[in-house]
Ligand binder design. Structure first.
Ligand SMILES: Cc1cc2nc3c(=O)[nH]c(=O)nc-3n(C[C@H](O)[C@H](O)[C@H](O)COP(=O)(O)OP(=O)(O)OC[C@H]3O[C@@H](n4cnc5c(N)ncnc54)[C@H](O)[C@@H]3O)c2cc1C
Length: 290
């Protein structure tokens, strides 16, 4: 039986390559100054969806909420195998905390039609809250499993997954539709295929085309070739503007600073039995070891 799937993918600052001012004075991310990438665990979520489609058949839609530049993530999703991509973009979505982000994403999923399975990354490497997946499931009123590293069984109306926790592996059975958050150890995401890069490298949003000399001509052309990336705003998803973006966000990021932990003292330990056991005694005395 084929399964319909939606993958939620976020464009994130490449925190490993921060240049310029990372944060704006109002506490929101200065995305313009940061190289942007596909959130790593969202690639694992996409790979899990593609593997399910390979085995059972089905359809994979990738949805991202972000500024117009987030279309780059959606092109990458097409290169890797997505059937359909959707950009949730509107100035009212800007500066959203997890409550407002999950609200807009849940509205968009409901507008697209709740699929059999929604797949998210465990967490985004910038906000790092791991909250959006569970919040989307809660808003849609569907069951969820977090930290999923494998789909053990999948049949009409039900899914069995394994989740890795620091207390061992849990095997969970859930009815469908359901939401999964996927960890980086779940799989090795397939690379973009050359054939698909050739097929989809021209895919653009209307926004990206506006202003080019013959934009309407290009838009019609791309639309007829199925290469026009859909953009959804507040109206299409029927969202309440007051619940979106910074206006709908009770959490404001006050300041982000990189914390550098510097050693208070350096101590040389003799590589002898005596040296090691007096170090262990000291660590026990300081309640670092028990
Ligand atoms: C340094 C920093 C700290 C922050 N702290 C908080 C905080 O404490 N509380 C708070 O409410 N907000 C916080 N935010 C804002 C938060 O980053 C945004 O709300 C963000 O859109 C979602 O949260 P997240 O990045 O933690 O994502 P997570 O909850 O970690 O993301 C989990 C998964 O949800 C999906 N997802 C998340 N965002 C999107 C998206 N835009 N489009 C598509 N899929 C998506 C992806 O599959 C992702 O892997 C913080 C932001 C920064 C930069």
């Amino acid at each position: 039986m084929p399964f319909s799937m939606i993958v939620l993918a976020k464009q994130v600052p490449d925190t490993a390559n921060i240049t310029g001012e990372a944060m704006k004075p109002d506490g929101t991310v200065n995305r313009g100054a940061l190289p942007a990438i596909f959130n790593p665990e969202d690639l694992n979520a996409l790979e899990m969806a593609l593997a399910i489609r390979d085995r059972h058949g089905g359809h994979v839609t990738v949805m991202s909420m972000g500024p117009p530049a987030a279309a780059e993530v959606l092109r990458e999703a097409l290169f890797r195998g997505a059937d359909r991509v959707l950009l949730l973009t509107h100035r009212l979505f800007a500066g959203a905390d997890t409550l407002a982000t999950s609200y807009a994403l849940a509205r968009a999923v409901a507008t697209a039609g709740v699929p059999d399975i929604i797949l998210c990354g465990r967490q985004a490497i910038d906000g790092d809250t791991a909250q959006v997946g569970p919040q989307v499931a809660e808003k849609l009123g569907i069951p969820q499993a977090t930290y999923v590293d494998d789909v053990v069984d999948l049949e009409e109306g039900g899914i069995v997954v394994s989740r890795s926790t620091d207390r061992g592996v849990h095997i969970l059975r859930m009815p469908l539709p359901a939401l999964l958050t996927v960890v980086s150890t779940a799989n090795n995401p397939r690379p973009p295929s050359a054939r698909r890069v050739m097929a989809f490298k021209k895919a653009r949003t209307r926004n990206e085309l506006m202003g080019s000399t013959q934009d309407y001509l290009e838009i019609d052309q791309l639309e007829s070739q199925g290469l026009l990336i859909e953009e959804w705003g507040v109206d299409i998803i029927g969202a309440e503007p007051g619940r979106c973006g910074i206006g709908g966000s009770p959490t404001k990021v006050k300041k982000v600073a990189s914390v550098v932990i510097s050693p208070r003292e350096v101590k040389r330990v003799e590589p002898t039995q005596q040296g090691i056991s007096s170090l262990v005694d000291e660590l026990i005395a300081e309640h670092i070891l028990s």
